[in-house]
Design a protein around this ligand. Structure first.
Ligand code: ADP
Ligand code: MG
Length: 240
């Protein structure tokens, strides 16, 4: 479903992605972890072209996404993205946040989009908040709306960049639960997170990134019990 091949990215003379090769199969859940500044956000953002790349190839569901001819609206309809800071539209209700793209990009009728939005809000436990505005919701609720908004485009892949890092501790669980349910439903997911409990329970594979390189990738049990690389060992020690 996702195939990165020898991807390089520079910000001016800063080599942020240094030859990343990574394959994610349909239905797989891959957790990306690594130190701050190691290139995790840049990496995941290349998959839906929030960041362009300088070298290499990225394919999503058989489409070459780094090709300048790629229709970015169509790509982003297939690849949902959940940000650390939710990024809901503050002037729109919860319902309108979710229906906006299906109506504008997918040309869904408003009644069909609203029906879908309500179903998704039920799935994330927030149907009763459909008329609220983002500022009236807790961080955990906003992030669950953001996930529903991503799902409203009926994507093939969902990307998450530290979706619980901006949340108060008591709200992390409700967001992880929604993500776990999504994983169990068979969604292909790439998740940048330091929630190692989630990684252990839900991920098929953990990818450890440092200085723009994948130093290690393994099944969660293997990675946590028997990390190979010194920098992975050091990283895991710091999480404890
Ligand atoms: P992580 O998500 O692992 O913390 P990032 O991908 O955000 O790492 O950043 C990797 C490196 O690239 C960092 O050194 C960061 O400062 C730099 N960087 C990120 N975005 C930009 C940008 N838009 N312009 C210049 N440098 C950037
Ligand atoms: Mg980041």
């Amino acid at each position: 479903m996702i195939r990165l091949m020898n991807v390089h990215k520079w910000f001016k003379d800063l080599h942020v992605l240094n030859g990343i090769t990574l394959h994610v199969k349909a239905g797989e859940v891959v957790v990306v972890c690594g130190p701050s500044g190691s290139g995790k956000s840049t990496l995941i953002r290349t998959v839906n072209q929030l960041e362009t790349i300088n070298e290499g190839e990225i394919w999503v569901d058989g489409k070459n996404v780094a090709d300048p001819k790629t229709d970015l609206n169509a790509l982003r309809a297939e690849v949902g993205f959940v940000f650390q800071h939710f990024n809901l539209y503050p002037h729109l209700s919860v319902l309108d946040n979710i229906t906006l793209s299906p109506i504008q990009v997918k040309k869904m009728t408003r009644p069909a989009a609203e029906k879908l939005a309500v179903e998704l809000l039920e799935r994330v436990g927030l149907a009763h908040k459909k008329d609220a505005f983002p500022a009236q919701l807790s961080g955990g609720q906003q992030q669950r709306v953001a996930i529903a908004r991503g799902l409203a485009m009926q994507p093939k892949v969902m990307l998450f960049d530290e979706p619980t890092s901006a949340l108060d501790p008591e709200m992390i669980g409700e967001v992880l639960k929604v993500m776990k349910d999504l994983a169990l439903s068979g969604m292909t997911m790439m998740v940048v997170t330091h929630e190692m409990g989630f990684a252990r329970e839900v991920a098929d594979r953990v990818v450890f990134v440092d200085h723009g390189e994948i130093l290690e990738q393994a099944e969660p049990e293997e990675f946590f019990l028997n990390p190979q690389h010194d920098r992975a060992k050091q990283f895991l020690r710091q999480l404890l």
